[in-house]
Design a binder for this molecule. Sequence first.
Ligand SMILES: *Cc1c(COP(=O)(O)O)cnc(C)c1O
Length: 365
Amino acid sequence: MIKLTKLDLQNEEKKRVLKVFDSGFIAQGPQVKKLERQIAQLCGTKYAVATNNGTSALHTALYAIDTHAGDEIITTPFSFIATVNSILMIGAIPKFVDIEEKTFNLDPKQIEEKITKKTKAILVADLYGQPANYNEINKVAKKYNLKVIEDAAQAIGATYQGKKTGNLGDIGCFSFYATKNIVSGEGGMITMNDKDYFERAVQFRNHGQLSSKIYQYVDLGYNYRMMDIQAVILLSQLKRISKIIEQRNAIAERYNTAFVLLKGLITPIIDENRTHTFNQYTVRITKEYLYGRNQFQNILYRRNIETKVYYPHPLFFYKHLRKFQGKRDAYPVAQKISTEVISIPVRQNLEASEINSIIKVIQSI
Ligand SMILES: *Cc1c(COP(=O)(O)O)cnc(C)c1O
C-alpha cells in the first residue's frame, strides 16, 4: 500500500535523541530554547514559544492576545477540529465565515458582516499548506481593531507576498504532529513580534507563572511545555525543511500536469503571491467526474493507493458546534467542498515508482 504518510526520520534524529538522554535535560531545556530561536528566525518573527502540541499552541495564542470568555472569534468552518475547539477552550464563541472555492481558506469578503462589538479576533487556517488571503484579512482586522491569529499547522515554511507563515498576522501557530511536514510525534509552536504576547504565552504554558518569578502565579495556566527530546528531532529536520517543501512541490507539479485533462477532477490552485507547502495534495472530485468520490477512493484503494478525506464535514456538523452554525445555508462553498475533496500521497519520501504508479492509476480510471 502506498501510504499517505510515512515517517521520514533519519539517523541524525536518532543520534540527537540519544544525546539528550545523556545531557541531564529530558523535559523543557536548552534544546527547546534553541528550537524557538531557529523557528523565530525561519518565520522572521522576534519570538517563538514551543508547546506540547498544535492545539495547545492555539489555546495559548488566544490567551496571549487577551481573549476572554464571551468574546467572538471569526473563523473557518473548513479545517481540522482543533482550530475551532481552541476557541471553545478559552471560553470564546466561534463565528463561522464561508471559504473561497479556489484556496479552501476563509473568504475575506464575508468577514465584515460577521463583526460585532464582541468580536476580538480572526482565527485563520492555512489549509493543506497554502496561506490564506492575508492582505484582505489584515485590512478588515485593522479597520475594526481585531487581532489575526494564524493556524499554520499545515503550512510551516509557506510564504505570502514574500513573508513566511507565522508572521502573517499578529500571532502564528504550528503543529509538529506526525502527519505534518516536520514532526516530533506531538509538538507545537507559537510565533509573534509583540513582547507582551510573548510573555503571556510563556506564562500560560507554565501554569500561569510569571516568566521571571518562580511561584508567582498571576493567572490560570496549563502545563503545555515541550520536551528537549522533541526539540532535537525538530532541530534536525529544520535543516532540510526547504528541501522537504521543494520535493513536495515537485510531486504536486507532476500531478497537476498529469491530471490536467481529467474531466471533473480539479487539481489544487495556488493563488497569487504565495507559495504552498503541500502538506496535503488535495483534488476535488466534482459532479462532472465519471465516478463519485467514494468510488474514486475505492478504486485507488484496490490499486494499493491510500487516500483520505480532509475534511468530510464542515465543523458546525459536529454536535457540540451545531449551535454556532447560524443561518443554515450560509456556507454553500464549505458544504460543497467537503463533499468533493480527497487527498492523495504527496510526501517527500515517495519513491519515483510510487509517484508513477499513482499517476498511471488515476489517468487510467
Ligand atoms: C494538526 C492541526 C492542528 C492541531 O495540531 P495538534 O498538534 O494535532 O494538536 C490544528 N489545526 C490544523 C489546521 C491542523 O492541521
